[in-house]
Design a binder for this molecule. Structure first.
Ligand SMILES: [Zn+2]
Length: 151
């Protein structure tokens, strides 16, 4: 749920300020990155439904999440997993490489890293395969010959 990403991102950013004196601008970047990474869910919604309304997006997300939770492990294995384009080791590695040249990207790297770690813990707790939030290359490879989840 987004509220846990907001709370954990705020605490993490505050700790970075208190422990490492990173400055408030950098802390804001870490915080915003840790929350706004989920905009890829919105992109997925737009690509699927061709709509932009935020309330419809929220309803759509809740329904899909509930549907997915009703699936048995076997049913989950038969269906395609969604592509969350910003969630994955590929983007995190790219941010890390960019941070070697532009320090600005390091704070986004930290925010994305925090968010993805929390998502992975969530996936493991709900017995979902964690790779769909860990690698989009894996998701693409895995989705070959799988069924699309129907609404
Ligand atoms: Zn997420």
């Amino acid at each position: 749920m987004p509220k846990w990403h907001v709370v954990s991102g705020a605490i993490f950013s505050l700790l970075l300020v208190l422990l490492f004196d990173i400055g408030w601008a950098s802390a804001c970047l870490v915080f915003l990155s840790s929350v706004l990474i989920d905009l890829d869910h919105y992109v997925l919604y737009f690509a699927s439904e061709k709509k932009l309304h935020p309330f419809d997006f929220w309803d759509w997300s809740i329904k899909r999440n509930l549907l997915w939770k009703k699936f048995s492990r076997r049913e989950r294995d038969l269906h395609k997993r969604p592509h969350f384009l910003l969630h994955g080791i590929e983007v995190v590695l790219l941010l890390w490489i960019l941070s070697l040249f532009f320090g600005f990207f390091f704070w986004i790297f930290l925010g994305f890293g925090l968010h993805i770690c929390l998502d992975l813990i969530d996936n493991i707790l709900f017995a979902y395969h964690p790779a769909s939030k860990f690698s989009q290359i894996w998701t693409w490879h895995r989705n070959k010959k799988k069924k699309k989840v129907l609404r």
